[in-house]
Design a protein around this ligand. Structure first.
Ligand code: NAD
Ligand code: WQD
Length: 345
């Protein structure tokens, strides 16, 4: 049976591109909207090389409601939206808060505005474990308290969750699945798509692979005096392909009306906490490549430890993280090698 068309905002980005591939594998026709502010057109070639199908692509900004209206007119029959489009650099959001509030919130509000009139049944929203701040207890469940956001970026995720809730509670004729990602890492095993950070990476894994490649002198480990077994911070690193697969299940759930609930929230993590030093060890062990690194002081605003309780995603959504950390590290390295091969980095 022919499946309904899905609109993927931010679909040429890191998580979006992996999700487009999984949607295509599941038989969904996809239309991407992206303004290419943090990605490029070549990603479409990578997607096509993996899936054999080039997704429809509209280069436009989701804050431009007329462009979105035109998209719905040009691509009729969109039944689901996955909203990845957002600005995501925590540090930059402190410097340019209005850019973050404007981009992330107007994008979401424009989509919510157009869903009813265009007969869209549901929207999947990319939220983040950042909403839990420094948790009182680990692992965190979906019922763990939401802490005051420590950056405008984090605040846009909290506000977005509230906007979705208010709009749906007002009687809007659609559903939403809110996915709280922990730390997405790695790349597609084909090394055709992956994370392509702009400038100096702020996140651990892209910095690590660049240091291993010699692009950066050494990786700075931010602190070894935390209250953790080896003193470095702990996170829940989730393979990006595993993460992408959860979006397909979320879309199916909304389109099939599989749940009575109009809003559902799922933590997407492995359930395992891994320290920075353990992650470096896993990379070195699984690739045989050394990571030059040194311990430096703590990074301001860092969370000491956070990892997910993914039980609800496991049982209700039927999703489970499957890849091992070693496999994920090998995929991150294969992607870094591919970037080198292509002369990109
Ligand atoms: P990304 O920057 O790689 O992808 C986002 C894409 O959206 C980019 O291609 C960008 O060009 C596009 N975009 C941004 N604003 C747009 C706009 N107004 N109109 C059209 N396109 C626009 O980021 P990602 O890592 O793939 O993250 C995807 C989503 O997941 C984001 O909402 C992010 O906040 C969220 N998230 C990411 C992480 C993470 O660590 N990567 C963790 C939790 C949540
Ligand atoms: C991971 C660990 C660092 C870089 C951020 C956002 C969060 C979410 C995910 C979107 C930490 C350590 C890092 C380095 C290091 N994004 N580190 N040296 O801080 O968990 O979360 O991305 O929603 O909102 O805040 O991810 O990859 O920056 O750091 O030692 O050069 O690696 O201290 O412990 P983080 P990260």
């Amino acid at each position: 049976m022919k499946k309904d068309r899905i609109l993927v905002t931010g679909g040429t980005g890191y998580i979006g591109s992996h999700t487009v591939v999984e949607l295509q594998k599941a038989g969904y026709p996809v239309v991407i909207i992206d303004n290419l502010s943090n990605s490029n057109r070549d990603v479409l070639d990578g997607i096509e090389r993996i899936s054999g199908t080039r997704p429809d692509f509209v280069e436009a900004d989701c804050t431009d409601i007329d462009a979105l209206r035109k998209l719905f007119a040009d691509y009729p029959g969109i039944k689901g939206i996955i909203n990845f489009a957002a600005s995501k650099a925590v540090g930059e959001s402190v410097q340019k808060p209005l850019l973050y509030y404007r981009n992330n919130l107007n994008t979401l509000m424009n989509l919510l505005d157009l869903m009813g009139p265009n007969g869209v049944k549901g929207i999947v929203f990319s939220s983040s474990c950042t909403v839990y701040g420094e948790p009182d207890e680990n692992p965190v469940t979906e019922k763990s308290p939401i802490k005051k956001a420590t950056s405008p970026y984090g605040n846009t995720k909290q506000i977005s969750e509230e906007i979705i809730t208010d709009v749906i509670n007002s009687g809007a004729p659609f559903k939403s699945v809110i996915l709280r990602y922990f730390n997405p890492v790695g790349a597609h095993p084909s090394a055709e798509i992956g994370e392509l950070p702009n400038g100096v990476p702020q996140n651990l894994v892209p910095y690590l692979t660049q240091a291993a490649m010699g692009i950066r002198n050494e990786l700075s480990v931010f602190g070894n005096d935390y209250n953790t077994p080896d003193g470095s911070c702990i996170r829940d690193y989730i393979n990006v392909v595993d993460l992408a697969k959860a979006h397909v299940l979320a879309v199916e759930r909304m389109l099939d009306d599989a749940s009575e609930e109009k809003i559902e929230i799922f933590n997407l993590g492995t359930g395992l906490g891994t320290s920075v030093l353990e992650l470096i060890g896993a990379f070195e062990r699984s690739t045989g490549v050394k990571v030059p690194h040194k311990i430096v002081g703590r990074r301001e605003g860092d969370i000491e430890k956070v990892w997910a309780d993914p039980t609800i995603a496991n049982t209700v959504l039927g999703w489970k993280a499957e890849s091992s950390l070693d496999e994920t590290m090998r995929s991150a390295w294969a992607w870094q090698c591919k970037l080198r091969e292509r002369g990109i980095m």
